[in-house]
Design a protein around this ligand. Sequence first.
Ligand code: AHN
Ligand code: ZN
Length: 332
Amino acid sequence: MKPFQYLLSIVFLFAGISCGMRNSENSEVNPIYETIISLPDFDADSAYFFVAKQLSFGPRVPGTKAHEQTAKWLEQTISAFADVVIVQPFSARIWNGQTRHGKNIIASFYPEKQSRILLGAHWDSRPNADHDPNPDNWEKPVPGANDGASGVGVLLEIARQLSINRPNVGIDIVFFDLEDYGTPEFADVSAKRNPDTWALGAQYWSQNPHKPNYRANYGILLDMVGAANPRFAKELISMHFASDIVNKVWKTAQTLGFGYAFVNERGGEILDDHYYVNKLARIPMINIIHYDRQTGTGFFPHWHTVSDDLSVIDKNTLRIVGQTVLAQIYQE
Ligand code: AHN
Ligand code: ZN
């Protein structure tokens, strides 16, 4: 894996000089007119490998051996890239009153820097494929290739890039656990009334950050960022708490040529890890999440089915999301 670099040149053209740059004798361009930002090249093959590796353990359902093995591998892998890694164990009550044990995994880069960006994704997979067209599959786990592993895969590749190229800001990557243990569709109505059964790891971290008084300028959550034909509309909880960040990140994506996916449209209101980070930790965090009204569920076609496996992953989708987040980080 070569640390490819390319230059993103943003040339500010001012009225009056826009037609005057062809003069060969007087060809020195005033450097203030040209900002050159060196932008690392996101490696989608590397991100894809990280997604495939997560799936190789089996569904990362809390309480299973696959979950335990994945936690170990995640900690090991990100430790090779980060300055500090903290594993945060916690217990949480799930929708039916039972207890589950989870682990948030937090990796910090340049921990001495005051100015910080928080990146997140959930690493657990859902125990119930309750949106599968076949009811026999509702009690089966979701492989969670797009729903979970895609965001983690993109962030692991970003972690690798951060170990090679030093940004101006500090970065914290949080892999949230127990995002996807929310009340299943087949539960009775009274159980479904409690919205706080989702994002249990993010709820815990937001009330117990890995560092006391932890602050970040803003956060970006990645959820379902690996399926084909991606459509990232501006999610409404993100717009409520951090519209300036949403608009900034979408503009970055559009500048890179990814406007076909990062559309200037309002999405749904999606209760996800970022909601609790905004509400409880009071850190403005946005969610980049595949949202598509056409599919019925609002999400990608295989959402919460047994078919959310490696075959749904599109390397180009991983690339455009990863490159967008990298561009945002290295512009700060
Ligand atoms: C709800 O369905 C309430 N929230 C979706 C959050 C989610 C589930 N993200 C991935 N899986
Ligand atoms: Zn899910």
